[in-house]
Ligand binder design. Structure first.
Ligand SMILES: Nc1ncnc2c1ncn2[C@@H]1O[C@H](COP(=O)(O)OP(=O)(O)OP(=O)(O)O)[C@@H](O)[C@H]1O
Ligand SMILES: [Mg+2]
Length: 356
């Protein structure tokens, strides 16, 4: 590891903090797991192993106050991780401990193999559509590298507060509870996230946020099949995954990869959505299949998973999204029916596979 002088200073400070029930410091004991340095943020990850986060509160405070002395202009973020493996008593197969999220009845991930196919757009429009069907809905933006929900929902100027138990409150927009790393960090600063930091950040977004009671938490995933997908699949019980693809061959190949990854980690597949499926000319009402169409249906048939529906390519979807007002918040729009159909199929899936 290339230790910058700041990193060395941080380690020296941490070497002066004695670990819990021990006579060695938190660096020597291995509790220090990782350090992240951004322009105005120092993140220190502590692996608290089998201990409770509350046991480490004092140490957290000490780290915080001592690190502040290095550079008062930086924010300090001390996060806990615990990656201990637990033996499953039936199979003796090692399992990562799941996070218990008592108030959340269903967690649905919205994923794709390829980037830019419309996951985030579909996530917030589906959320609104589900909320119109009287479900209590939340959105977790799991895209740590490139969060977008805070912008798409027009809440990027808001900063989440904390409740009396120290949990982070969601920001509520159009009846949807939202949490995104974009609401918590300074967006103008480039961030280099390391693998363990992504896992820890995601775990905290799930665990340290006051989600309250939710019928459905929609998780907007980053593209691909990396750290975030695995962390979510391992850390929480997922009711199902929705895979988004555009009709092009290249997107469909990646969609298959995404599907297979979720199947491998035993996450049920709710189905595939074909986004930007066709263009409906607002003047003459002619349907144009710009990127070809129907490919996602074929993939669904081939992999024996449900096809949830098509969403047209529609300029208003893009414009409203950029304005921070998802199109489904508007009333009397033709596009709503496409999301309503997918919402209904998703609700049917949840009813059939009730986890609550
Ligand atoms: N059906 C659609 N019609 C028109 N524009 C769309 C449609 N779906 C998505 N878009 C636009 O395409 C762009 C990419 O969409 P979005 O950010 O939702 O994709 P993504 O899959 O979440 O991307 P990433 O992989 O980077 O997270 C956005 O500008 C969005 O407004
Ligand atoms: Mg996205």
């Amino acid at each position: 590891m290339n230790k910058t002088s700041l990193e060395k200073k941080i380690i020296n400070v941490l070497k002066n903090i004695t670990d819990l029930n021990s006579d060695v410091d938190i660096v020597k004991s291995g509790t220090l797991y990782d350090i992240g340095i951004q322009k105005n943020l120092i993140t220190v990850i502590l692996d608290i192993k089998n201990k409770q986060p509350s046991d480490y509160e004092e140490i957290k405070k000490l780290c915080n106050s001592n690190l502040l002395k290095i550079d008062r202009t930086k924010n300090i973020n001390i996060v806990f991780t615990s990656e201990n493996l637990k033996k499953d008593s039936n199979t003796s197969k090692p399992q990562l401990r799941k996070i218990e999220l008592e108030g959340i009845k269903n967690i649905i991930v919205i994923a794709s193999g390829k980037g830019g196919v419309g996951k985030s757009t579909i996530t917030n429009n589906l959320a609104i559509s589900m909320s119109k069907s009287n479900l209590k809905v939340g959105i977790l933006d799991a895209d740590i590298y490139g969060p977008s929900q805070h912008k798409m929902l027009g809440i990027s100027h808001l900063k989440p507060s904390k409740n009396k138990d120290g949990k982070i409150n969601t920001i509520v927009k159009s009846g949807i509870k939202c949490m995104s790393i974009g609401l918590l960090i300074d967006e103008d600063q480039p961030i280099i996230w390391r693998g363990p930091m992504v896992q820890t950040a995601l775990t905290q977004l799930l665990k340290d946020v006051d989600w309250g009671e939710l019928d459905v938490l929609l998780v907007d995933m980053p593209p691909g099949t990396g750290d975030a997908q695995l962390t979510i699949s391992q850390k929480v019980n997922i009711s199902g995954a929705i895979i988004v693809s555009t009709p092009q061959e290249i997107a469909l190949i990646d969609a298959k990869k995404g599907l297979n990854m979720f199947k491998k980690v035993e996450v049920p597949i709710i189905g595939i959505i074909e986004n930007m499926s066709f263009y409906l000319c607002p003047h003459c009402n002619t349907k144009q299949e710009i990127f070809d169409s129907g490919g996602a249906q074929l993939v669904a048939n081939e992999l024996k998973v449900p096809f949830l529906g098509k969403i047209p390519l529609d300029i208003d979807i893009r414009i409203k999204s950029d304005e921070g007002k998802p199109i489904s918040t508007l009333s009397d729009i033709k596009i709503s029916k496409y999301f309503e159909e997918i919402t209904q199929k998703t609700i049917n899936f949840l009813d059939k596979n009730k986890l609550d």
